[in-house]
Write a protein that binds this ligand. Structure first.
Ligand code: SF4
Length: 332
């Protein structure tokens, strides 16, 4: 693979579902981004913005309606046979709730060994046990954790097991879907630090998904803000988290809570005034216009394209907003 080629290339990704009683729901409406090898891209937005759908498409739990995803040059949607097996080793998903992905009656060691056996049937039981101990050490758990049942572990320990399981097959890419949202606030930072350390040590490329801009800014190199199936702003973590331009990204930034669990819970439940529109009936023009304090007539009729804006720091910064395009000028 060309060293210059991005590890992940996503182009014009569209995903529509037919939901009985609701009609066609557009989960993704043409999303494009790249992630360089070793880079972490944060995907941020409210529930229903399409970030989890993107995760499912990246790991081939779902296929796109149209558009392409390439990971390490491989066409994710169309890989079959040996290519699909290789892809499944290359990219792994870390779930929000690792408990849901662990069999409650299966000991932790067996659950990790199972992954190893599926991906390489030639390994011996002894080598798999040794690798389990190594993986548990990697995520900061004692080797004795292998003999425990998931239900006997704390949330933080379970997520460490989830990460160990994802790392078992030595992936190049981790997709982390709200990996700390279900954890106590007190252990979130520990797990975030673990993810950052493993990413650096193992040279992983990561897509880190969260509703929490304040969380993502600590781990991402670049951040994409999503709204109703589209990327509305994409740039360096510092620009997007500290000086966002899109009105929605600005609302998210202003809503980043202080280190107060109650405030955080309240924000998670209702980050912005107004509801996210029904994805089965998205608003015309800019889909954010019903909630946008800056909306103009053109916003109600014409969708703004995602365009480069000139912020003077030389870094790529894309924003989909008529007003921002006018006030900051496109650097195209
Ligand atoms: Fe608001 Fe218009 Fe910009 Fe959409 S295009 S974010 S409605 S100002």
């Amino acid at each position: 693979m060309n060293a210059e080629r991005p590890m992940i290339e996503v182009r014009d990704l569209v995903k529509r579902y037919t939901v009985p009683g609701r009609g066609t729901v557009r989960a993704l409406a043409g999303v494009s981004f790249d992630v360089a090898r070793g880079e972490t891209l944060g995907l941020v937005g409210e529930s229903g913005c399409g970030k989890s759908t993107t995760a499912q498409l990246l790991v081939r739990l779902e296929r796109p309606t149209s558009g392409t995803i390439r990971i390490a040059g491989e066409d994710v949607a169309h890989a079959r046979g040996a290519r699909l097996r290789r892809l499944r080793r290359t990219v792994q998903l870390v779930f929000q709730d690792p408990y849901a992905s662990l069999n409650p009656r299966m000991r932790v060691g067996t659950a990790i060994e199972e992954v190893l056996a599926v991906h390489d049937a030639s390994t011996t039981a002894a080598s798999r046990r040794a690798r389990v101990a190594e993986l548990l050490g990697l995520v900061g758990l004692p080797a004795s954790t292998a003999d425990r049942l998931p239900g006997r572990l704390s949330g933080g320990q379970r997520q460490r097991v989830g990460i160990a399981r994802a790392l078992a097959v030595r992936p190049d890419v981790l997709v982390l879907d709200e990996p700390v949202s279900a954890l106590d606030v007190s252990v979130r930072a520990e797990v975030m630090n673990l993810v950052a350390r493993l990413r650096d040590e193992l040279g992983l490329t990561c897509v880190f998904i969260s509703h929490d801009l304040g969380m993502v800014r600590h781990i991402a190199d670049r951040i994409a803000v999503m709204y109703l199936g589209e990327i509305v702003e994409l740039g360096s973590w510092r620009t997007v988290s500290d000086e966002p331009l899109h009105p929605y990204a600005r609302a998210l930034q202003e809503a980043v809570p202080v280190a107060d669990p109650a405030a955080e819970a309240a924000w998670s439940a209702r980050p912005l005034a107004g509801e996210v529109p029904d994805a089965a009936h998205p608003p015309t023009g800019c889909t954010f216009h019903p909630r946008c304090p800056l909306a103009e007539d053109v916003c109600r009729t014409t969708a703004p394209p995602l365009l480069p804006v000139d912020t003077g720091d030389g870094e790529e910064h894309l924003v989909a907003c008529h007003v921002v395009a006018r006030t900051h000028g496109s650097s195209d």
